[in-house]
Design a protein around this ligand. Structure first.
Ligand code: 3PG
Ligand code: MG
Length: 406
C-alpha cells in the first residue's frame, strides 16, 4: 500500500482546473439508478473543491462498453442524478476528450462542475493509453482521485493521468484508505475477519493474506461447507467444492501454525429446496440429512460468532453467512450484522466492511450506517484484502508526485 499520499489539505484549489476521477459506475435496474451511494459519497469532495473556487472536470467509467459508444452506458443520466444530490447545476460533455470536451472545459468558471462522458467509450481507457491520459490531463491543472473502488484498474483515467498532473487523494479516497489502514495494516488488536461467499477457490489469496494478519478468522457462506466436508462432516446436498478439500485442510493447518483461530459453523439451517420460505430445519452440522442443503448458519453458530466479536477490537467483514437474499436464510447474517453494529455504536469495535455482496447484505440487515466504515468498493476491496498493490493508489504516492510540479 501507498506510504503517503497528498490530500486536499495540501491543494491550493482556488482558480485551478481540477480533473476529478470519481467512480460513478452505479448499479442500474430497469433503466433506473438502483443505488446512489457512489454518487452521494463523492459530494463532499465536489463541494470542497468548488467552495474553494476550483472548477471541476469530473471523469468516470460507467459499465463496460469496451471502447465503443453504447448509448445505454452514457453517464448523462448519472450526471443529472449527481446535480440532484449536490443541489447545484452540473454541465455535461458528450465525450471525455476532443472538441466538445475542450470547448466545455474552456468556458468552465471557478465553482462550476462539468461531467465528461464515459471514459470507457475509448479503448485507450482500459489499455491505459498514454495518449488518452495526456489528453485528459490537458483539461486541467491538477488531478484528484476519489475513486478507490476503481483503484484496482490501471487505466488511463486512474493511473495514466498521474504521470501528467500533480495528483491528490479526494476526501472519499482518503476516508477509504484511512479506514482500510485502521482495519488491517495498523489495527487495534485483537482483529478478526468474517469471510463468506460461495467458493474457497476464488478467495484463496484473500484467506492467505488474512491468516497472516488477523487473530480470528470466522468463515461463513458455502465456503464453510467445504471446510466442514474436508474434515469428514457429511454435508448432504450442500454446495461445496470437493476438489478443494486438501486446500481447506492446508488452510486449517496453516492457521494453527500461525496462531490464527478459525471459527466454523457448529449448526446449520437446512432445506431440501432453495427458495423463499422453503421448509427449513436447524440441526448440528454433524446431523445434516443426506437430501438437505445447508443454506445458513444456525443460532448456536450465531451465538458463538457474537461471543467472538465481543472479544475483538477490530473487524473486517467480507461476504454473507447464508443465502441472505432469501428468507429465512438471511437470519445469521442479520443477527451478526446487528451485533457488530451494536458493538460499534458502543465504541467497543471498529467495523469495516466491503466487497460485492457484503454491502447489499448489510443494507438488507439495515446496518450500513451503523458500521465504522462500509466501503463502496467491490473488486478493489477484495484485491486490498488479498494484500495486492492497487495501481490507482500506488500512483498517488506522494514521493513520486513531488516530481510533478504544480
Ligand atoms: C466496480 O464497480 O467495482 C468498479 O466501478 C470497477 O468496475 P469494473 O469492474 O467494470 O472495472
Ligand atoms: Mg463492476
Amino acid at each position: 500500500m501507498v506510504a503517503t499520499f497528498k490530500t486536499l489539505d495540501s491543494l491550493d484549489a482556488a482558480g485551478r482546473k481540477v480533473l476529478l476521477r470519481a467512480d460513478l459506475n452505479v448499479p442500474v435496474r430497469d433503466g433506473k439508478i438502483s443505488d446512489t451511494t457512489r454518487i452521494e459519497r463523492v459530494v463532499p469532495t465536489l463541494r470542497e473543491l468548488t467552495d474553494k473556487g476550483a472548477s471541476v472536470i469530473l471523469v468516470s467509467h460507467f459499465d463496460r462498453p469496451k471502447g465503443k459508444r453504447v448509448p445505454e452506458m452514457s453517464l448523462e443520466p448519472v450526471a443529472i442524478a449527481l446535480a440532484t444530490a449536490l443541489g447545484r447545476p452540473v454541465s455535461f460533455a458528450t465525450d471525455c476528450i476532443g472538441p466538445d470536451a475542450e470547448a466545455a472545459v474552456e468556458t468552465l468558471r471557478p465553482g462550476e462542475i462539468l461531467v465528461l462522458e464515459n471514459t470507457r467509450y475509448h479503448a485507450g481507457e482500459e489499455a491505459n493509453d498514454a495518449d488518452l491520459a495526456e489528453k485528459l490531463a490537458r483539461h486541467a491543472d491538477v488531478f484528484v482521485n476519489d475513486a478507490f473502488s476503481a483503484a484496482h484498474r490501471a487505466h488511463a483515467s486512474t493511473e495514466g493521468v498521474t504521470r501528467f498532473l500533480p495528483s491528490f487523494a479526494g476526501r472519499l479516497m482518503e476516508a477509504e484508505l484511512n479506514a482500510l489502514d485502521a482495519a488491517l495494516e495498523n489495527p487495534e488488536r485483537p482483529v478478526g475477519a468474517i469471510v463468506g461467499g460461495a467458493k474457497i477457490s476464488t478467495k484463496l489469496d484473500l484467506i492467505g493474506n488474512l491468516l497472516a494478519k488477523v487473530d480470528v478468522l470466522i468463515i461463513g457462506g458455502a465456503m464453510a461447507n467445504t471446510f466442514l466436508a474436508a474434515q469428514g462432516v457429511s454435508m448432504g446436498k450442500s454446495l461445496q467444492e470437493a476438489d478443494m478439500h486438501a486446500t481447506a485442510l492446508q488452510i486449517l493447518s496453516d492457521a494453527k501454525a500461525r496462531g490464527c483461530e478459525i471459527v466454523l459453523p457448529v449448526d446449520a439451517v437446512t432445506a431440501t429446496e432453495f427458495k423463499a420460505g422453503a421448509a427449513s430445519k436447524v440441526v448440528p452440522v454433524t446431523a445434516i440429512d443426506a437430501d438437505a442443503m445447508m443454506l445458513d448458519a444456525g443460532p448456536e453458530t450465531v451465538k458463538l460468532v457474537i461471543a467472538k466479536l465481543a472479544g475483538l477490537k477490530t473487524l473486517v467483514w467480507n461476504g454473507p453467512f447464508g443465502a441472505f437474499e432469501i428468507t429465512p436464510f438471511d437470519a445469521a447474517t442479520n443477527a451478526v450484522a446487528q451485533a457488530a453494529a451494536a458493538l460499534t455504536e458502543e465504541g467497543k469495535l471498529k467495523s469495516v466492511a466491503g466487497g460485492g455482496d457484503t454491502v447489499s447484505a448489510l443494507r438488507h440487515a439495515g446496518v450500513v450506517d451503523r458500521m465504522s466504515y462500509v466501503s463502496t468498493a467491490g473488486g478493489a476491496f477484495l484485491e486490498w484484502l488479498e494484500g495486492k498493490t492497487l495501481p490507482g493508489i500506488m500512483a498517488l504516492n506522494a514521493v513520486a508526485q513531488d516530481a510533478i510540479p504544480l
